[in-house]
Each structure stands twice: as C-alpha cells, then as structure tokens.
Design a protein around this ligand. Structure first.
Ligand code: ADP
Ligand code: MG
Length: 347
C-alpha cells in the first residue's frame, strides 16, 4: 500500500522538521499535540489540538493517517498500543516501552554485550547506600527524563537528603570522566537495510546539547564500534525509522552507550544541510515504506543550538552562504528552551 498521509504525535521542532521532509516527498502530515502553540502546526497539513487520552480526537487522528509515528518518546505506552491496533505505529510501541524506561533500556543494551555506564536501580535511600561504589554519580528518574530534567548529582552519601521520599523510581549511574560525547544516527528500512550516518561529536552544557559537529574527532576503532553497536541495537529492536544512540567515550577510550532515542535526534539536525538526505527524510522514507536511497555527504558541518533568549539576537542577524538559521517559531521564550539552531557547512 502506498502511504499518502502520515500521522505525527507531538508538535515541537522535531515534528516541524518531519513535516517539512514529508512535504518534499509529497506525503501529507496530520499532527496531534497537547500543546496548543506547537510549532509543527505551521508545517503540517492538519493539526489536532488534544490531550493524548481524548478518545474522540485520537479517533479522528487515526482515521486521517495511513501510518503513525512520534517525535518524542514519553508518550504513555498504552496510548501508543491502542493507536497501533487501528493503524500501524512506527517505530513499534514495544520499542518505545523499552527506551522510555532507563532500567529496561540499559538492561537491553547490556544483554547485547554492549557496555553502558555502571548503574543500579534505586527505590530508596538505602538502595543508594548499598551502591556507594557508584558515587560520585548521577541519580536519574527512571522515566520521563529529557534535557537533564530529573537528574541529581550525588557526590557523597551526604547528598542524599534525609527528607527525600523517593516517590519515583530512579537509576544511579556512576559519573564517567568524559573524553568525548558522540552520537550515531541510523535509519533502518522495512526491507531491513540500514543507513548509518557518520558519528557526530557533541558538547553538552548543563546537560543540554549545545554544539554538534562532523567529523567527530575520534579514532577509527571507536568510529567502527559506534557504528557496529548502533547496527546491532537497531537490528535487535527490528527498528523501522530513524533512531539515535548517544555514547560516552571515557578517558581510556571505552565506548559506553549513554542512551537510545527512538526518534530523530537533535544532534542529527546538521544532516539537513550536510547530506543530500536528512535524518528526517530518511525517517519518513522508512516509516512510509519507501526504499533506501543513496545518501551522500555534501560537506562537513557544525551545529549550534540556540537556547532561550539567545534567539532574540539571531532573529536580527543575516547569514552568509553556508550558514543556515532555523527559528522554531516558539512563541514563548524560556530559559534553556530549544528555540532554534544554526548549521554551518565547512567546505
Ligand atoms: P537526558 O535524557 O536528559 O538527555 P542524559 O542521560 O542523556 O539525559 O544526560 C544528559 C547529559 O548529562 C549527557 O549527555 C552528559 O553530558 C551528562 N551525563 C549524564 N550522565 C552522565 C554520566 N553518568 N557521567 C557523565 N556525564 C553524564
Ligand atoms: Mg541524552
């Protein structure tokens, strides 16, 4: 069956960029979002403003789409599964269930024989005490984390506050002495073919991505292993669409999986200008059952995330050739909010 209309859950910048890629392929987009101001409505063919548990609106959404995808992973799993009964959701909900839960995600990766940071599942202060070997470490909520939200640095046991009630589940991760952070964006197609973009080097500030660049300054072994692990993960998940594996490289050149994103990824924004086919177009191609095309690099590139009020200055500037400014068109400026990005091609 050929796909004419793609449903997208979520209306942020990832949704906007997916809609733009779909337009290029002549595929209609229907976006559903609980954010009335979600910028993707400026690019979609249809926008449905609704809570994700509104059965009526979900029904309308499903009826208009041939296949459904999502731009963020923190969607309640039962909602994805219900939608999937009517119209196919890709990547499949089962994948999202694993990845939106740090404990399941790390267990999955470790079971493939792939290293992650050292970690433990935490339900109480006593669990932290029993895992003191992981200090200094970072306590992360087991679900619903993004851009560093829900993370607490624990240098010593004294940092565990007596009055913390541990209402949520957590994992405690040993802090890695980072040499570098890299990510690998890959798209896997229905016929099981895969395209893996070259590793991207990332710099985070306050746990939020600030800069990305290609080529990543890494040795060939790490390049190969980062690609290989991403391929193993994508195959094991029987993944369809674009995904990203975030890695840490420690001072001893160990490559550790930090986390997997079951979606297009911020570090892959530079693929829009640096490749003939972006991570977004590849995602649309994969979930809509189109075949893999030849992907070619146009140029090396750097990307800068524009956060919070930084956008005001960018909005006044003009840009020379090979500098591409993306304004996500978000109405409300908040500190550290991703407002836009700039990609610079390096020729
Ligand atoms: P999020 O889900 O919010 O993206 P991450 O687990 O990817 O959370 O953490 C965000 C950033 O915080 C990482 O990219 C890294 O820079 C830093 N960080 C997280 N965990 C560790 C760790 N165990 N050791 C060192 N740095 C870490
Ligand atoms: Mg992350």
């Amino acid at each position: 069956m050929s796909i004419n209309a793609l449903g997208i859950i979520g209306s942020g910048q990832l949704g906007s960029l997916l809609c733009q890629a779909a337009k290029k392929l002549n595929i209609k987009t229907i976006v559903i979002s609980d954010d009335e101001n979600g910028p993707a409505q400026n690019y979609s063919d249809k926008f449905i403003f609704s809570k994700y548990d509104n059965k009526q609106k979900i029904k309308e959404f499903i009826s208009e789409a041939d296949v459904i995808t999502y731009e963020f992973e923190n969607i309640p799993i039962n909602i994805l599964k219900d939608i999937d009964k009517e119209k196919k959701v890709l990547p499949k909900p089962e994948i999202n269930k694993i990845i939106q839960n740090r404990q399941l995600e790390k267990t999955f990766v470790n079971n493939l024989g792939i290293k992650t940071t050292k970690w433990a599942f935490i339900k109480s202060a006593k669990d932290v005490e029993q895992n003191q070997n992981l200090l200094p470490g970072i306590l992360k909520t087991n679900t619903l984390g993004y851009d560093g939200h829900g993370q607490y640095v624990l240098n010593t046991l004294n940092d565990v506050k007596k009055d913390w009630c541990f209402t949520a589940d957590y994992i405690l991760e040993k802090r890695v002495n980072l040499k570098k952070e890299i990510s690998v964006v890959a798209t896997r197609f229905k016929n099981k073919e895969i395209y893996i973009y070259e590793p991207i080097e990332n710099i985070h500030k306050d746990q939020i991505l600030k800069y990305s660049k290609i080529p990543a300054d890494i040795n060939p072994d790490i390049f190969k292993k980062a690609h290989h692990n991403a391929e193993i993960i994508a195959n094991k998940l029987d993944y369809i669409g674009t995904m990203c594996v975030e890695y840490f490289v420690d001072q001893e050149d160990n490559l550790l999986v930090n986390e997997i994103a079951p979606r297009v990824h911020n570090s892959g924004h530079l693929t829009i200008n640096a490749f003939n086919i972006s991570q977004f177009e590849n995602h649309i191609r994969a979930v809509c059952g189109l075949k893999r095309e030849n992907v070619k690099k146009i140029a090396n590139a750097e990307m800068v995330n524009i956060l919070g009020s930084e956008i005001q200055d960018y909005r006044k500037r003009s840009f020379e050739t090979d500098k591409y400014f993306f304004d996500y068109g978000k109405k409300i400026i908040k500190e550290k909010r991703k407002m836009g990005h700039l990609t610079i091609l390096k020729r």
